[in-house]
Design a protein around this ligand. Structure first.
Ligand code: ROI
Length: 282
C-alpha cells in the first residue's frame, strides 16, 4: 500500500457544544469546542472522475465528529481526540491518516486565553508478523493464531501466506516447524501491537522456558512500515530475519518487493542471497 502524502481535506473550526472536562461544572453546564481536522487520503480518483463515491464526504465526517463529541463525555481533551481519531479512521476506510485538533476556547482556568487545544496525528500502519509453531497440535495452533490476528482490535485487511514445513534453525535438535507470514493494517503503535501478539501467544499456551526452544505459537513482529526500532523489548526490523528462510520465503510470497529499511534490499533479494549463501555452504 503506497500512502499518499500530498492530498488532504481540511475541516476548519467545526463548533460543537460538549460536556468534556475534569471539573464537575464542565460536565454539568457543557461548553464550546472547536475541531480542526486534516484528512489524508488519495483524492486522485475523485479528481479525475468528479465523483463523490471516490473520496470521503467531508459533510459526513463533520457530522460524525460533531455527534461523537455530543454522545461521549471525557475528562480530557487528549482522550476525546484519541478516541475520536480512532473512531473516524475505523468509520471511513479510505482515510489513511487524520490530524485532529480539539480546542477549548472557554477553558475555565481563571485566566484570559484564546483557547487551549491538543493536536494528534493517527493513521493506519502496515505490520508483517512471522508465525511459527513446533509444539503440540501445530496446525490447530497456527489456525488459532491466524484467527486471533483476524479478530485483533484496530486491525484490518489480514492476509496470510502459505503455511510451510521448515527445518529448525538455530537450535536444530527439536521438531520441524510450521511457518507462515501475515501482513495486516493496524492503528496500534508497535509496542501495543507487541502486547497483543504476546497475549495471543500466551493464550496458545506459550511458555518461554528455553531461548530458541520449541514453542506452541510464535508471533514475531518483522516489519512495521519502514520503522527502525531498537529497544530492550522490541527490535524492528527483526535483526536476524535476513538469515531465516522460514521468514523470507513466506514474506517474499506476500510482498516480494517490500524494501528492508536498513539493509536496503527487497524481500526477494534477501531470499535469493540466503539461498545462494546456503548453496555455497557459508
Ligand atoms: N526455526 C524454524 N524453522 N522456524 C521457526 O519458526 C523458528 N523459530 C525460532 C528458532 C528456534 C530460532 N528457529 C526456528 O525462534
Amino acid at each position: 500500500m503506497v500512502c499518499n502524502k500530498w492530498d488532504k481535506i481540511h475541516i476548519k473550526n467545526l463548533e460543537v457544544f460538549g460536556r468534556h472536562g475534569v471539573l464537575p461544572e464542565e460536565k454539568r453546564l457543557g461548553q464550546k469546542f472547536q475541531i480542526n481536522a486534516t484528512l489524508y487520503l488519495s483524492t486522485r480518483g475523485a479528481g479525475l472522475k468528479d465523483d463523490l463515491i471516490k473520496t470521503i464526504h467531508y459533510g459526513e465526517v463533520s457530522r460524525f465528529m460533531a455527534d461523537f463529541m455530543v454522545e461521549h463525555t471525557f475528562q480530557l481533551i487528549e482522550a476525546a481526540a484519541e478516541q475520536m481519531a480512532r473512531a473516524v479512521l475505523l468509520q471511513f476506510p479510505a482515510m489513511e491518516q487524520i490530524r485532529l485538533e480539539i480546542a477549548k476556547p472557554w477553558a475555565p482556568i481563571g485566566l484570559p486565553l484564546e483557547a487551549v487545544s491538543v493536536e494528534i496525528k493517527r493513521g493506519w500502519h502496515q505490520a508483517f508478523i512471522a508465525i511459527g509453531s513446533n509444539l503440540g497440535d501445530c496446525h490447530r495452533l497456527i489456525g488459532q493464531g491466524i484467527e486471533a490476528l483476524r479478530q485483533l482490535k484496530d486491525c484490518k485487511e489480514v492476509q496470510v501466506s502459505e503455511i510451510i514445513m521448515t527445518k529448525p534453525y538455530g537450535v536444530t535438535d527439536q521438531p520441524d516447524f510450521l511457518n507462515g507470514m501475515a501482513v495486516l493494517r493496524t492503528l496500534l503503535p508497535p509496542l501495543e501491537l507487541l502486547d497483543e501478539l504476546q497475549r495471543i501467544e500466551q493464550e496458545a499456551g506459550r511458555e518461554r522456558l528455553i531461548r530458541w526452544g520449541p514453542r506452541t505459537l510464535d508471533l514475531d513482529l518483522i516489519f512495521y512500515d519502514d520503522a527502525v526500532i531498537h529497544t530492550e523489548r522490541l527490535q524492528v526490523p527483526h535483526p536476524d530475519m535476513q538469515n531465516r528462510d522460514f521468514v523470507l520465503k513466506p514474506l517474499a510470497e506476500l510482498a516480494p518487493y517490500f524494501f528492508h529499511p536498513v539493509l536496503h534490499k527487497t524481500a526477494k533479494e534477501m531470499l535469493e542471497n540466503l539461498v545462494d549463501k546456503n548453496r555455497n555452504g557459508c
